[in-house]
Ligand binder design. Structure first.
Ligand code: GLC
Length: 585
């Protein structure tokens, strides 16, 4: 869930998703390699080998010149996504919505908002994606609907309406104030008085996003039916929004007050009674059964900014029967280049008790981009490559955010009147909202960076688009994009890098994060060295304990680039923020 700088967290037969490797006729030559052969042998579900790419649909590609991205725009860019080396796209919500929270306020769970196109456009996208071996993952928002959803309109109409109990309604307290001190993540009280029935409804997010009552079995059925609707159309799974917020304490205990005030001027509180209640896990197990009933191993990805790795690991379920890929906000939000911090978190999640698959990311539509959070203002291009290697060379299912492969940066609105995201309006100037990380994709150096033919796209194109764009970077072998492509291809083609075990090395080193990726059995091994400091470092490796006898590593990919000569393990030099990936034996 919104964790902004820690403040905040066709029918079935038509589209039968095949496990990767079973549709070789559709594979481009680049993919019929060691990788595919290994995958054919493997019984692993596809999501264990996939690289997932988040698309914020408003900002990816506008096909009709209205200034807002759309489904046909995404379809027109599938070749780019394929050539980059992506296996699945997660698209932020495109359901009908009043767009108070830009689609996370849904007024119909089984339709497409005309702003983005039609259901036919969606089906076309899924089938074109499938031709390129790209799966489509839907965003699913179970915690709340829009206040314009017919369910809520009914619910608010009278205290005796059959849908009254689909939402959380309570009387105010004796002094005529909200039922308790619970606060919205988007500022101020989480309760809104509705004059029609003179009761308050609960909204964890905006007032226009009333929370559903997940203790009501009819709500559960309606939501599971919505999931089935999309699974039948061939989606490969769901990214489930705000899962940890599904339940609230029925006794309405006040949340504990903490020192200080937040960006909205409210007292800080611990969301003890509205977050991570144990019943969440029961719902996740039910959702998993829903997706498991469909072929092709559909995946569930959870959004929840768990406070530590132990809590995060609970999302897998005690019997690995909940979420396959819980997004790791701990790693996303280290927010400094610290080898010890990353090492500790990587070690911890890699060894989780149920053997759940780690799921790493750095940027998304709620977080300032990694360029700004990890860049030092001097070496940002090099650090962008370092972050790419940290994401794509560790053992995990990696999740990228559109444009990170270009070095897109956070571009916040300069004036309050330019802000689109309501939290930026409520919290200005301390909280400028999320517009900065949602700017249009930078395709080329033309007007509006090739994103839209409109005079005025919904958000302005950042000035950096003149240099950091797909066309320019595709022509420069040293660009961030070129590095991502080579790294993604390497990951695809080297089973050790894609599936091998993660073996941390030199664990006392405070500057350089190093690890081996090693296949079981014959045991091909790849050494990854990431210098997280601004100085060149010389280090030593003794890999004998891992069965590596040779004294040198043969470079596969490095940034800055180095020659093809092998590097001695007992005197290993790595430049400032340097990346080295090489084979050892
Ligand atoms: C999630 C979404 C975020 C949205 C919120 C409320 O955190 O990622 O964009 O505002 O849920 O739906």
């Amino acid at each position: 869930m919104l964790n902004r700088a820690k403040f905040l967290f066709a029918t079935l037969s038509l589209v039968l998703w095949l496990d990767a490797g079973t549709s070789l006729a559709q594979q481009p030559p680049q993919q019929t390699s060691k990788h595919e052969q290994a995958q054919q042998k493997s019984q692993d579900p596809w999501w264990k080998h996939a690289v997932i790419y988040e698309i914020y649909p408003r900002s990816f590609q506008d096909s009709n010149g209205d200034g807002v991205g759309d489904i046909n725009g995404i379809t027109s860019r599938l070749d780019y996504i394929h050539d980059l080396g992506i296996d699945a796209i997660w698209i932020s919500p495109m359901y009908p919505s009043p767009l108070i929270d830009f689609g996370y306020d849904i007024s119909d769970y089984t339709a497409i908002d005309p702003l983005y196109g039609t259901l036919a456009d969606f089906d076309h996208l899924v089938s074109e994606a499938k031709k390129r071996n790209i799966r489509v993952i839907m965003d699913f928002v179970p915690n709340h609907t829009s206040d314009q959803h017919p369910w809520f309109k009914e619910s608010r109409s009278s205290r005796s309406n059959p849908k009254r109990d689909w939402y959380i309604w309570r009387d105010g307290n004796a002094m005529g104030q909200p039922p308790n001190n619970w606060q919205s993540w988007f500022g101020h009280s989480a309760w809104k008085l509705d004059p029609t029935t003179n009761q308050y409804y609960y909204h964890h997010f905006y007032t226009e996003q009333p929370d559903l009552n997940w203790r009501n079995p009819q709500v559960r059925k309606a939501m599971y039916d919505a999931m089935r609707f999309w699974l039948k159309r061939g989606v490969a799974g769901f990214r489930i929004d705000a899962v940890s917020r599904l339940f609230e304490d029925p006794n309405l205990h006040d949340d504990p007050i903490l020192p200080g005030k937040n960006a909205y001027g409210d007292p800080n509180i611990a969301h003890k009674y509205t977050d991570n209640l144990p019943e969440v896990h029961e719902v996740l197990r039910e959702m998993r059964k829903v997706v498991n009933a469909y072929p092709g191993n559909p995946v569930m990805i959870s959004e929840a900014d768990e406070p530590n790795i132990a809590e995060l690991a609970k999302m897998y379920g005690a019997k690995n029967d909940e979420v396959q890929l819980p997004m790791d906000f701990q790693i996303a939000d280290v927010n400094k280049l610290s080898a010890p911090d990353f090492r500790r978190l990587l070690n911890e999640i890699d060894r989780n008790a149920v053997g759940g698959q780690p799921h790493y990311f750095f940027s998304n539509h709620d977080q300032p981009r990694q360029w700004d959070r990890y860049g030092d203002g001097v070496h940002n291009d090099q650090i962008a490559k370092l972050m790419a290697a940290l994401l794509l060379a560790t053992r995990a299912t990696p999740l990228m955010y559109y444009g990170e492969e270009l070095g897109m940066r956070t571009t916040e609105p300069a004036r309050k009147e330019d802000v689109q995201d309501p939290i930026g309006k409520i919290g200005w100037p301390e909280e400028k909202g999320r517009d900065g990380e949602r700017t249009p994709m930078q395709w080329d150096a033309s007007t509006n960076a090739g994103f839209s033919a409109s005079q005025r796209p919904w958000l302005p194109v950042p000035p950096s688009a003149s240099i950091y764009n797909v066309v320019a970077e595709a022509q420069d072998p040293k660009s961030i994009l070129a590095f991502y492509k080579r790294l993604l291809a390497l990951r695809r083609n080297e089973p050790a890098l894609r599936d091998g075990r993660y073996l941390p090395l030199n664990q006392e080193d405070t500057n350089v994060l190093s690890f081996l990726r090693k296949e079981p059995g014959r045991g091909e091994a790849i050494l990854v060295v990431l210098n997280m400091s601004a100085e060149p470092r010389t280090i030593k490796f003794d890999l004998s304990a891992h069965g590596v006898k040779g004294g040198s590593a043969n470079p596969l990919l490095a940034a800055p680039e180095i020659g093809a000569e092998s590097t001695q393990l007992n005197h290993f030099s790595v430049p400032a923020f340097g990346v080295f990936i090489g084979s050892v034996d």
